[in-house]
Ligand binder design. Structure first.
Ligand code: DAH
Length: 341
């Protein structure tokens, strides 16, 4: 009799556990069968009414059933929990396509980016393209191909970090000149902006890492007049229509003749002020006619082609343009400083 009841409890218990669709329902089934007043519990309580012989037999059957039901409930519980987690994940997925009216705090360009974009635009308007070279560079491109052999004193001035005997952090963007010549045929018209490195200590006007913009033009019949006209055009576009330039003789190993180039002070127009330190002019770059040895190193015949090159410091241009007196401000990323531009 009791055995039959147990059998029925087993069937209905297993069925109800199986049909529970959430943890709440499963818990109700557990209480119904295994709770204090549960159906199986009642059977166990009634064991005392049985005979001596029947009691252990039915008792062990009832305990087996309890274990069976507990086991089924546990397994079903795991299953339901996993389903719940899956549903949660599905429902709580963030839809990033929905636009919400959140308060907007726009960032803005770093002064370097502003200056570089303006300069690029001017040169691109004159038909230049943008070239790039590696910051980790061969000494042969950084020095030798630029007419600066191992014993040249200019190497001391630009001493830098060596990675191996023949690989360094480039000290200038000029090696991009050589790479551009080796990679293409004249006419070549490029500017090459990028980071350069020198073993300088940090102060208001020095940093071991800074930025340069290199320029190179190689074609037939390129002359110093083209260089001067180009730089004048650049200076007027960038610093203002009334700007004049001045070329002072100088020496760079990779150009001959070489010049340092000044622009009339865009603040006082040449009469002298604090920005130009009463000079009326501000030095902005180095330039010259590409040395025949450099053309040769770039695989170009100096008897057929000639070229000019120039190199300017981006920090210097930014400091002049925005009247910044300490270079360190440009690297420290202090929002209060950057917000002004
Ligand atoms: N590379 C030079 C420097 O770092 C700058 C420079 C001068 C570049 C004259 C040139 C140039 O292309 O013609 O000081």
């Amino acid at each position: 009799m009791i055995q039959e009841t147990l059998k029925l409890l087993e069937i209905s218990g297993a069925k109800e556990i199986n049909e529970s669709i959430n943890m709440e329902e499963l818990d109700q089934v557990r209480v119904k069968y295994l709770g204090k007043k549960g159906e199986l519990t009642n059977v166990l309580k009634s064991l005392s009414n049985l005979s001596q012989e029947q009691r252990p037999v039915v008792g062990s059957l009832a305990n087996e059933l309890r274990e069976k039901l507990e086991d089924l409930i546990e397994k079903k519980g795991h299953m339901l929990k996993n389903i719940e987690i899956d549903n949660k994940l599905k429902n709580e997925k963030i839809d990033i396509s929905i636009s919400k009216n959140i308060s907007k705090a726009y960032g803005h360009s770093h002064p370097f980016t502003i200056v570089l974009d303006d300069i690029k635009e001017i040169f691109m308007g004159m038909g230049y393209s943008i070239a790039e070279g590696p910051e980790i560079e061969y000494t042969k491109f950084n020095f030798d191909a630029l007419n600066t052999p191992a014993d040249h004193p200019a190497r001391d001035l630009q001493d830098t970090l060596y990675i191996t005997d023949d690989i360094i952090l480039r000290t200038q963007t000029s090696p991009v000149q050589v790479r551009a010549m080796l990679n293409g045929k004249p006419p070549i018209k490029i500017i090459a902006p990028g980071k350069v490195y020198r073993s300088d200590s940090v102060d208001a006007t020095h940093s071991p890492m800074f930025h340069q913009i290199e320029g190179l033009v190689v074609d037939k019949n390129i002359s110093m007049a083209d260089l001067k006209g180009t730089l004048e055009m650049f200076a007027r576009s960038y610093f203002g229509e009334k700007t004049n330039i001045r070329l002072r003789p100088h020496h760079f190993p990779f150009t001959e003749p070489s010049a340092e180039v000044d622009v009339t002070c865009f603040v006082c127009g040449g009469s002298g002020c604090r920005v130009c330190k009463n000079e009326g002019y501000i030095e902005i770059l180095g330039a010259g006619m590409v040395h025949p040895n450099v053309l040769k190193a770039g695989g170009i015949d100096p008897e057929v082609y000639s070229g000019f090159a120039f190199g300017m410091g981006l920090e210097r241009i930014a400091m002049i343009k925005f009247d910044i007196s300490d270079l360190r401000n440009l690297y420290e990323n202090d929002i209060r400083f950057l917000e002004q531009f």
